[in-house]
Ligand binder design. Structure first.
Ligand code: ADP
Length: 666
């Protein structure tokens, strides 16, 4: 029996000792009566030291421990109450307190047995989890804050870009308006009688003005390109005449620099193509003006080749080759970037801003094209680009042949809607010169009021105006007043204005400032002819049809104020230069020397209007020029060359007689 008891007691002891959690037996007075090794370890006390001591002493919150212990007595058991045990060296251990009473055979409570489970590890994990959660929340809030910051930075950047664009647009408008007036009035003064010196100075003013306008437009274009706002047109246009007109602008400059301009135009290119002629002009203009700028001797070759075609479209390669200073290998890859010039001295020597090529690239690539450069220092450069154009059966939209100004053709009533007094005056001067009757309105609202009480043949409409701008006024005229009066928009520049918007509100056409007077004249006459043919045809058409003369000195009389010496001087010049030009024209035509034919006819053209030769002959001369350039419609050339020869020879004999008559009457 004793042996069995001993065995039981050993068994119970080994169970107690096996537990890694502290296990304590406490009597009804709260004194420790027994414990396992784990209890000794967690408190740092020996079993002997522990026995008989107060159980609460080993907890950090003794009062709490006491209550828990009393709860065990009153309820019989407690479970999982959190408490903290203290080691004698101060180390704390978090435990979950479980306890239950033990009783004798008679059911009397003898004490409690407590198991304090070490939850340090769980607590650490829980703390880590909690911390991780806090961190995660913190990270989320940081990320959110960063997102907000990024969004607000984007908004700031966007509004900065908008502000920059607005600023550029306002500034360029502010600069362009007086510049246009300066250029316009300079042109007006250049047409009056001037000494050679005055002419030279005024020409310098005009050239500088033109350069400034180009610069302003460049900056504006760049802002627009940067903002991805460049919209490309899809209009049918004549490729050959478009390129010819562009190159025409460079002829004087090229001659002045003693360079040669060689044009190679592929006759297989379809006559009318669909694309953006304005941007094509801009691209060619930039590349050819660079070629001219960086070349001091030799030639500039502009070639336009049909690379490939299918039923729908053609790919055309344009190449501009010069024999100029060339570009070093290392710089070639950078010249298409904003504000990049090949050498730091370029700006000092040649001027420029390094924006041209950046814009060219931005005008080509978004249209699906490519641009390349090949160059060798001191030998020259070739800039070539490829663009696709759609084929079409439509007629070219702006198929206008620029007419010579004839101030007797008709007397159009014109309403000019323009807010800037300088521009008003300039327009008035031009229109007076055309022989038209201009009336002024300084904003859209006044224009609408004037239109209610007066009738006009045509309206020239500025776009940016106070009170009611050009778009609003046009929309009002078309939709509310139901008037179909032709309206031409006067735009500060065609590259940035929304041409689609002009068309959408019902404008018939547009013209860019500074206004090219002959283009303006042509467009005005063309539109009025379409809308009210009688307004133009009913006008007596001048000269030759009534008598058989080709010349009419009315224009020369007004321009020279009938000064006989001046008139003789002008007629003398015509008589000197015309016969050799006729010979050159015939010879070059016979020999198929198209370039020379182009040059000879080109030199003839200005004298037509001065000598009062009918504008239809001037148009024939222009056609000859165009055909010679593009080598197209060659079958029509013989008749036209013959006609020019007859007119010019006849003009010479008429003018010889006039010359003699003036001389005798002097
Ligand atoms: P800009 O002509 O206003 O300086 P561009 O962007 O048109 O600016 O040209 C960038 C640079 O590329 C020029 O400054 C010049 O150094 C070089 N470059 C461009 N075209 C030619 C060329 N035809 N011959 C030599 N260098 C050229």
């Amino acid at each position: 029996m004793k042996a069995i008891l001993k065995q039981d007691s050993q068994y119970a002891r080994s169970l107690i000792e096996a537990s890694r959690d502290p296990l304590v037996a406490i009597n009804a007075h709260g004194k420790i009566t027994d414990m396992n090794e784990a209890t000794a370890n967690i408190t740092g006390m020996t079993r002997k030291e522990l026995t008989g001591t107060d159980f609460f002493d080993y907890f950090t919150e003794q009062q709490n421990a006491r209550e828990v212990y009393q709860e065990v007595f009153s309820k019989g058991s407690v479970s999982d109450l959190p408490l903290t045990l203290r080691h004698k060296n101060g180390k704390l251990t978090d435990v979950l307190f479980n306890g239950s009473v033990y009783k004798d055979d008679g059911g009397n409570v003898l004490g409690v047995v407590i198991v304090a489970r070490d939850v340090t590890e769980q607590k650490r994990i829980a703390t880590e989890l909690r911390e991780a959660k806090v961190f995660a929340e913190l990270a989320t809030s940081i990320a959110e804050e960063a997102k907000h910051k990024a969004e607000s930075a984007t908004r700031t950047a966007e509004s900065a870009v908008k502000a920059k664009q607005q600023f550029l647009s306002n500034m360029s408008h502010e600069i362009r308006t007086p510049m246009n007036a300066i250029i316009g009035f300079t042109k007006v003064v250049l047409k009056t009688e001037l000494t050679e010196k005055q002419k030279e100075y005024l020409t310098a003013i005009k050239v500088s003005g033109d350069a400034l306008i180009v610069l302003i437009n460049d900056i504006l274009d760049l802002a627009k390109v940067d903002a991805g706002k460049m919209v490309f047109e899809h209009t049918p246009f004549k490729m050959a005449s478009s390129v010819a007109a562009m190159l025409h602008m460079f002829e004087t400059k090229i001659q002045e620099k003693n360079l040669e301009l060689v044009k190679e135009y592929d006759a297989n290119i379809p006559e009318v193509l669909v694309g953006d002629p304005v941007r094509l002009h801009q691209i060619i203009l930039n590349l050819v003006s660079n070629a001219v700028k960086f070349t001091s001797k030799g030639k500039i070759t502009v070639s336009v080749k049909l690379l490939q075609q299918n039923d729908e479209q053609v790919t055309i390669e344009f190449a501009i080759t010069d024999t100029g200073i060339g570009i070093s290998e290392s710089k070639m890859e950078h010249i298409f970037e904003n504000f990049q010039q090949a050498t730091s001295g370029t700006s000092r020597l040649y001027g420029g801003t390094g924006l041209g090529l950046a814009i060219v690239k931005q005008l080509i690539e978004p249209q699906g094209g490519t641009i390349n450069v090949a160059s060798k220092i001191d030998e020259g450069s070739t800039f070539s680009f490829r663009l696709n154009f759609l084929k079409t059966h439509e007629k070219a939209e702006s198929d206008v042949e620029v007419m010579a100004i004839d101030n007797e053709i008709c007397n159009l009533k014109v309403l000019v809607v323009e807010d800037i007094p300088l521009n008003q005056l300039l327009m008035k001067t031009l229109l007076d010169d055309f022989g038209f009757q201009p009336d002024m309105a300084c904003n859209g609202k006044i224009a609408v009021e004037k239109l209610r009480v007066n009738s006009y043949d045509i309206i020239l409409m500025d776009l940016q105006m106070p009170e009611m701008n050009g778009f609003e006024a046009t929309e009002y005229i078309r939709t509310i007043m139901k008037s179909q009066v032709p309206i031409i928009a006067l735009t500060a520049d065609v590259t940035t204005v929304d041409l689609a918007k002009c068309k959408a509100v019902g404008m018939n056409d547009y013209i860019a400032k500074p206004v090219d007077e002959r283009l303006l004249y042509t467009k005005m006459i063309g539109l009025v002819k379409q809308m009210k043919p009688d307004r133009i045809q009913s006008q007596p058409h001048k000269v030759s049809s009534t008598d058989d003369r080709y010349t009419n000195l009315a224009y020369l009389n007004t321009r020279t104020k009938s000064n006989p010496d001046l008139m003789m001087q002008m007629i003398g010049m015509y008589l000197d230069q015309t016969p050799p030009l006729i010979t050159a024209m015939k010879k070059s035509f016979r020999e198929g020397n198209w370039d020379m034919l182009h040059k000879a006819v080109h030199k003839m053209i200005p004298s037509f209007s001065i000598m009062g030769i009918d504008v239809k002959f001037e148009n024939i001369a222009r056609k000859v020029q165009e055909y010679a350039y593009s080598q197209s419609d060659i079958e029509n050339l013989p008749g036209m060359v013959l006609q020019l020869e007859t007119v010019c020879s006849q003009a010479c004999s008429e003018l010889k007689m006039e010359y003699n008559a003036i001389q005798t009457n002097k």
